[in-house]
Write a protein that binds this ligand. Structure first.
Ligand code: HEM
Length: 565
């Protein structure tokens, strides 16, 4: 066993070395600049797999707007300025809209079916087109009543949470994981419930002892870790993919997790099918899709591809829908958690945003959609949070479909192209004093609210939703969720960090401390921290309770589960 294996390894090594030397001789002069690596591994050992953005930012300041690194067998181009990303990822998106699919997280874990890493082609186009009917700028407005209702529940839950995670149970278990008693739990319930409704037409009515919700979080967390570029050698050295199971523990692990995901995602679609067979007219992407597919004569479509009429078959639909649930849930919840952290760290900003909300809304009602236009400073605070701390600091890498040239540099076919959002948001030519948190940069007194995240790249205020044809399809839903939950939070609740008993100073995570405050993984979230919540007045508390009670009647009317507390 060992001898043939060593032979295969040696031959592979010689083959790769030879190919690398050949490639280097033809490309050395034309590839963008970058740090020199070592044979075979390239720059793999220089780039921390689970937290690569600080290193890439350092290289960006050294090499400029475009740099080249090699991760094992994978060519990687990193775009460090908005100008370069706009030109390649947006204007030339016909060539830059594929993905360098991570073998373990996409091929094995997802059987190649999740939208996040799906290559550009017929399947991705069919899925993206189908999703537009639910997530596009127009249709996403239909979700607003749901976001408004669910935000009332979140506000009520945070008020009830009070100082639980400060005085009683810290909400974090022995493994450092967030438990149901942490204040993240009701925020995550909000975001998951809204996305569940958009995709499956159902909601989740409790965050305590809810195994289905935990399963979703586990799957999301696992995917974020497994898909970090460079995390698995099999992602960057294709020859390792031919190893037998005994030498490929990543495959055994991914297969196990695949079955877990399959059970979850297929179960959710099966539930929609049962509802449809029972004649119930439920909303949500999957239900509408199944109805349309049945109408087109494809009610039964087992398989993992497309039917002749380009309808998604069952396994494809299940994983596609699940990957959207994943894309929309924790991203939103953890942007809310990030915003709270920034407000705690910048009390003068919080006060100014709150004064604006109080002046527009008063105390007789909660903020609502109509107020959006008149809350430009508050929205500037959201945008500045997303600029200062993009949740996905390197975006989701794109990939080229053909060879290309940019400013004389060769960009090879099949190359991974990273839009380095982290570096772009720290570009001092674009943003004055970029490491400072200054919402005023997006605010002009007297001018109405502007989100600045539309399709025209040059008019964007931040790049946290990506670029071109792969631009985040849920950005409208995300911004609406951020607006309604955070405006209500600032309006209704005081929130503060616990005080250190000795110094009487607030115990607050240091935003600038990368390792201590922010998680690893390609989605970087604030590690759980403690906050106490309290109603701003008895009047606010009364209104929050009344609105929570009123929404229960809405759930009954909509034949959805009422909240269990
Ligand atoms: C604040 C919250 C969110 C952030 C920061 C975020 C960020 C991103 C980013 C950076 C991408 C990759 C873009 C690219 O490749 O250039 C993406 C893709 C995507 N997002 Fe979001 N997202 C958020 C919320 C949502 C929501 C609420 C949904 C749906 C309900 C959603 C659905 C998607 C989908 C389907 C894709 C994949 C697009 C594709 O590959 O074709 N996202 N998101």
């Amino acid at each position: 066993m060992i001898v043939p294996l060593l032979t295969v390894l040696s031959l592979s090594f010689i083959f790769l070395l030879f190919r690398r030397l050949k490639e280097d001789s033809s490309r050395r002069r034309i590839l963008p600049p970058g740090p020199s690596g070592i044979p075979i591994l390239g720059n793999l050992l220089q780039l921390p797999a689970l937290r690569p953005h600080p290193k890439l930012c350092e290289w960006a300041s050294q090499y400029g707007e475009i740099l080249y690194v090699k991760l094992g067998g994978q060519d990687v181009i990193v775009l460090n300025t908005a100008e370069a990303a706009d030109e390649l990822l947006s204007r030339r998106s016909h060539n830059y809209s594929s993905r360098a699919m991570p073998h373990v997280a996409h091929d094995l874990l997802r059987d190649g079916l999740g939208i996040t890493f799906m290559g550009y082609g017929t399947s991705w186009r069919a899925l993206r087109k189908a999703l537009q009917v639910a997530l596009g700028p127009g249709p996403s407005k239909n979700l607003r009543p749901m976001q408004e209702y669910e935000s009332r529940v979140m506000l009520y839950d945070l008020m009830r949470h009070g100082d639980n995670s400060v005085v009683r149970d810290c909400g974090i278990n022995a493994h450092g994981e967030v438990t149901d008693s942490h204040w993240y739990a009701p925020v995550r319930r909000y975001a998951t419930s809204v996305t569940l409704f958009a995709i499956y037409g159902k909601r989740t009515n409790r965050f305590q002892n809810n195994p289905n919700l935990h399963l979703i979080y586990d799957v999301v967390d696992n995917f974020s870790r497994m898909s970090q570029p460079g995390n698995y050698l099999a992602d960057v050295f294709p020859f390792l993919r031919h190893f037998p199971d005994i030498l490929a523990p990543w495959r055994v692990k991914a297969r196990k997790f695949h079955l877990r995901e399959k059970g979850l995602w297929e179960g959710l679609v099966e539930e929609c099918k049962t509802v449809m067979q029972d004649g119930e007219d439920r909303g949500g992407f999957v239900n509408s899709y199944l109805r349309a597919r049945a109408k087109a004569g494809q009610e039964n479509a087992p398989g993992r591809g497309l039917t002749e009429g380009d309808w998604m078959q069952d396994k494809f639909l299940a994983f596609a829908a699940g990957s959207v649930l994943e894309a929309g849930s924790d991203t939103t919840a953890m942007t809310i958690a990030t915003f709270v952290l920034y407000m705690l760290n910048h009390p003068q900003v919080l006060q100014k945003a709150r004064e604006e909300i109080d002046a527009v809304v008063g105390t007789e009602r909660m903020p609502d959609w109509d107020d959006e236009e008149r809350l430009p400073y508050f929205v500037a605070c959201i945008k500045e949070t997303m600029r200062h701390r993009p949740l996905v600091p390197l975006g989701i890498p794109h990939a080229t479909m053909e060879d290309d040239f940019y400013k004389g540099y060769h960009i090879p076919k099949g190359c991974m192209v990273i839009g380095n959002i982290w570096a772009m948001h720290r570009d001092s030519e674009r943003f004055y004093n970029p490491t400072a948190f200054i919402p005023e940069r997006f605010y002009e007194e007297g001018k109405p609210t502007r989100w600045g995240t539309g399709p025209i790249s040059q008019e964007r205020d931040h790049y946290s939703f990506g670029w071109g044809r792969r631009f985040c399809q849920g950005s409208h839903i995300a911004e609406a969720s951020l607006f309604i939950t955070l405006s209500r939070l600032l309006w209704g609740l005081d929130f503060s960090a616990p005080l250190d008993p000795k110094t009487q100073r607030p115990i607050l995570p240091d935003i600038a401390n990368e390792e201590a405050t922010w998680s690893e993984g390609f989605v970087s979230i604030p590690n759980p921290y403690k906050v106490r919540f309290a109603p701003r007045s008895a009047k606010h508390a009364e209104l929050i309770c009344d609105e929570f009670e009123a929404v229960q009647a809405e759930w009954r009317r909509m034949r959805l589960d009422v909240d269990e507390r």
